[in-house]
Design a protein around this ligand. Structure first.
Ligand SMILES: [Zn+2]
Length: 85
């Protein structure tokens, strides 16, 4: 799960509760109610936030332009398990 307090800090847009839940479980908030997953373009260390962040994009690129910065997983848990559960 993405920490919603961190999401608020890192994300470039505002999301409602339902959208935040979708993001947390790996779905695009702008495709709701359709559940479209998003892909990770890359992860990088954000100097601004002093943490690892992910640049993600909706996988339905033909119909949705959603792109966002999300908080990366905390290092003690490892990124790998996070998005492939
Ligand atoms: Zn989308």
């Amino acid at each position: 799960m993405i920490d919603s307090s961190l999401l608020k800090v890192v994300a470039t847009k505002e999301y409602n509760e339902e959208q935040k839940k979708a993001i947390a479980v790996g779905f695009c908030p702008e495709c709701l109610p359709t559940l479209t997953d998003y892909r990770i373009l890359h992860s990088f260390f954000s100097e601004e936030h002093k943490m690892m962040v992910l640049r993600v994009k909706c996988s339905n690129i033909a119909h949705c332009e959603w792109e966002e910065i999300l908080p990366g997983h905390r290092s003690e848990n490892g990124l790998e398990n996070f998005f492939h559960s």
